[in-house]
Ligand binder design. Structure first.
Ligand code: NAP
Length: 116
């Protein structure tokens, strides 16, 4: 089973990735930078790191990343800084959730968001 995690560089996302890996699952993450991911994790064969800003991916690219996953988890949230809260994008959670859900086929993939 492969799970796609967005927001994997954040406090919650890192914990989720670690727990999925501890269960022996394959994980695909989309992160703006892999710098915040632990070195041990980055070198793990069962982890695929895609360096991109999720809202800047095309619909086709998002579909390609969702393809082959059994679940998608969004741990995105506004960074707790003036820029993160008041700057662009203003609707990171809503827009990313909508785009990910649109990329998910009707059946077969679970979606969860911290901001349900
Ligand atoms: N429902 C619940 O019980 C519950 C519990 C905990 C948290 N939450 C919510 O979950 C969210 C995440 O919490 P957290 O503590 O893990 O936050 P965090 O540590 O600040 O992580 C935020 C994540 O979102 C990413 N992100 C922020 N702005 C982005 C952008 N413009 N484009 C792409 N990625 C962006 C960050 O990426 P970078 O590393 O690249 O900045 C990081 O991976 C928050 O909204 C929080 O309120 C809900």
């Amino acid at each position: 089973m492969t799970t796609l995690v967005v927001g994997a560089s954040g406090a919650t996302g890192r914990l989720l990735v670690e727990q999925l890996r501890n269960r022996g699952q394959k994980v695909k993450v989309i992160v703006r930078s892999s710098d915040k991911l632990p070195e041990a994790l980055k070198s793990n064969d069962n982890l695929t790191v895609i360096c991109a800003s999720v809202l800047e991916l095309s619909d086709v690219e998002i579909s390609q990343h969702v393809n082959g996953c059994r679940a998608v988890a969004s741990c995105l949230g506004h960074n707790l800084s003036l820029k993160g809260i008041y700057g662009q994008p203003r609707r990171i959670v809503t827009d990313a959730t909508r785009r990910l859900c649109n990329a998910i086929p009707c059946q077969g993939i679970d979606f969860t968001s911290l901001n349900d």
